[in-house]
Design a binder for this molecule. Structure first.
Ligand code: ADP
Length: 328
């Protein structure tokens, strides 16, 4: 069946992926492969805007690739590669930077947020982050970028840069990417409060062993008003129940919904049930991951092959870009 067009998405190499990454991004990456030609990029150059040491970059890239592949990214079909392996993106970034107004970049809320987070390292790359992101997208002649509602302004900004470029050089060579809104599921961490993430250490890594997973799940915060097992609980404010709704069979969800409210089931039992369901769901992922982890050279081959295929597209785009710009 003919696919609907090309999708591009990138994520920084953050190493082992957690449940939030899986439910909020990777699951959708896997599903989109059925409908689109997908290009998935581990954006190591973007990571350099915030990390000052590169010592973990290789390992984090490898671990992330393992998780993506084990979760169902199909490298024979999709292009999976590392951003810096296709250096054409840096060239396009430079050309796009000449049609992007500095003031617009420094006005972006995401830039201001970064300045607050790392006032001692407001580097030039940080300001140009959205320009490099635009280069990533348009270099591969992307039709569609999957984003959550909160990220839509970034793509709108990318579209503006593309329009400025095409207008200045009187060309149509760069494609304005379309936004594909995805239902963003915000996974809350085991603290029951903040978005699940590595930096807050409130995450559950996909690659943990079943025992480690159960231990982590036991630490999950439930309805804070429920002090004792004999108190009735409120599943509507309990993150464990929210996760049950995503992971567990409907009958079990219905049972917990009733029993929790009348203190028929305690929080520990409820968590152990969730851990069991989570472990069961992750079984095929873990088996595949273990198999891939034992074949390091295969994973490297996948990334090299991805870079080769990505580069073929990139070189063609750059040829057209240089022609359109009438570079000598
Ligand atoms: P990046 O900085 O590259 O976005 P993150 O690790 O923060 O790296 O996120 C990678 C992807 O996983 C993003 O699409 C992000 O929206 C998603 N993600 C991360 N944490 C969560 C979460 N707790 N719930 C839902 N999605 C998440």
């Amino acid at each position: 069946m003919a696919k609907k067009g090309r999708v591009f998405s990138g994520a920084r190499p953050t190493g082992r992926q957690h449940l939030g990454n899986y439910l909020g991004a990777i699951k959708n990456y896997v599903a989109m492969q059925d409908e689109y030609d997908c290009v998935y990029c581990i954006v190591d150059v973007h990571a350099l805007t915030t990390v000052e040491t590169t010592q973990d970059l290789k390992l984090n890239t490898f671990e992330m690739a393992l998780d993506w592949l084990a979760a169902g990214i199909r490298p024979e079909e999709s292009i999976l590669f590392v951003q810096s392996h296709v250096p054409e993106v840096m060239e396009l970034h430079t050309y796009l930077s000449m049609v992007t107004q500095f003031g617009k970049l420094t006005d972006l809320p995401t830039f201001k947020e970064k300045v607050r987070q790392q006032p001692e390292n407001v580097n030039y790359g940080l300001v140009g982050y959205p320009v490099l992101m635009t280069a990533d997208i348009v270099l591969y002649k992307t039709d569609v970028v999957p984003v959550g509602i909160d990220q839509a302004p970034h793509i709108e900004f990318a579209r503006e840069i593309v329009r400025s470029f095409n207008y200045r050089y009187n060309t149509k060579v760069l494609i304005e990417p379309q936004v594909k809104h995805t239902e963003v599921l915000k996974v809350v961490g085991i603290d029951g409060k903040d978005k699940m993430g590595k930096s807050l250490n409130n995450h559950i890594e996909l690659a943990l062993t079943p025992d480690e997973t159960t231990k982590r799940v036991r630490e999950m915060v439930t309805d804070p008003a429920r002090q004792r097992k004999t108190d009735p609980g409120n599943p509507d404010v309990c993150n464990v129940f929210t996760m049950h709704k995503i992971m567990s069979p409907q009958e079990e969800v219905d049972m917990i919904n009733v029993e929790c409210r009348r203190a028929g089931i305690g929080c520990v039992d409820c968590k152990l049930r969730f851990a069991a369901n989570l472990n069961k769901n992750l079984e095929p992922f873990r088996a595949k991951r273990a198999e891939l982890a034992s074949q390091e050279s295969y994973v490297q081959d996948v990334l090299n092959d991805g870079a080769r295929r990505a580069r073929t597209i990139a070189q063609q785009t750059m040829k057209e870009v240089r022609e359109a710009m009438q570079l000598p």
